[in-house]
Design a protein. Structure first.
Length: 296
């Protein structure tokens, strides 16, 4: 299944029907560009986006870091990045080039896809780069609340995933880990049910339901999909991944998905989103709360 399609993962052990409906509305790709930053900041401060994560290798990470330092109450994580997918707007690894040659393509930037990265980069190179990103976040004064993975690259290989969860435990923060599901099995992921459940036993909380994207290209289509999603949310903790941007020349030059990003921003910064969540009995949730609940 395309990672941008509407997806509910099915629980191996669903929460009780009496459990609360808790929703992490998570903005990926903060720090990627100025358009993403200003949209994320507005949606977090005025809208219903409850969490976001920053791409440290990107040129505009410094702007998000500055905001994070003055808004320590916000739920901001690190969007651990091992790919650089756009045609003309690209970034390089933060670790010294001689230590991460397998992470770089012929342009000296990160590979464009998670598949290319998985074939080319060793576990040692991945760990060196992830540690460099965490170190820079700390240098910038970002009190990050969680870790996740840009384009899901850290789920492409078991050894990558083990580095990811090891770093989360070292940093004493949760990271995105979905509960085992039939959908994961169908995708033939290297992450077994035993491996995923073992993380919970070792203190890392799992996300009950994961929504990686919704149908629709235009803002109107995105709005309809999100209203439907809210009305159908199940008990337990759901993470919804959104990508936000303003409608401006910058984001239009970077990606053909600008319209979806603009639509995500319009809905999740709107009063209508708040009203829909309230009507459905949905409580906005954060990774900070998830970590506290797990005793991290």
């Amino acid at each position: 299944m395309n990672r941008r399609q509407f997806l509910f993962t099915a629980l191996a052990a669903p929460p009780s029907e009496t459990s609360a409906k808790e929703l992490i509305v998570h903005a990926d790709d903060a720090g990627m560009c100025h358009s993403a930053n200003i949209a994320t900041i507005e949606a977090m401060t005025q809208g219903s986006v409850s969490s976001a994560s920053i791409m440290m290798p990107c040129p505009w990470a410094l702007e998000m870091a500055e905001w994070a330092r003055s808004h320590k109450d916000m739920d901001l994580g690190l969007h651990l990045t091992l790919t650089s997918e756009w045609k003309h707007y690209r970034w390089r690894p933060l670790a010294p080039a001689e230590k991460v040659k397998g992470l770089m393509d012929g342009e000296g930037c990160m590979w464009r896809s998670e598949v290319q990265t998985a074939f080319q980069a060793s576990a040692a190179e991945v760990e060196a780069e992830l540690r460099a990103q965490i170190d820079l976040a700390r240098k910038y004064g970002i009190a990050f609340t969680h870790l996740d993975s840009h384009m899901g690259t850290l789920f492409a290989r078991r050894d990558y995933f083990e580095i990811y969860t090891k770093l989360a435990r070292e940093c004493r923060v949760p990271c995105l880990i979905p509960r085992p599901s039939e959908e994961l099995k169908a995708r033939k992921t290297p992450l077994t049910e035993e491996l995923l459940l073992a993380q919970e036993k070792e203190g890392l909380p799992l996300i009950d339901w994961l929504v990686t994207g919704v149908a629709g290209r235009t803002p109107e289509e995105r709005r309809a999909s999100y209203l439907k999603l809210i009305s159908e949310l199940r008990p337990g903790v759901t993470k919804l991944i959104v990508h936000l941007a303003k409608d401006d020349a910058e984001i239009r030059a970077i990606t053909g998905s600008w319209q979806q990003r603009w639509g995500d921003f319009l809905f999740w910064s709107s009063p209508e989103a708040k009203q829909a969540l309230q009507a459905a009995g949905v409580r906005l949730f954060t990774y900070r709360e998830l970590g506290r609940r797990a005793g991290i």
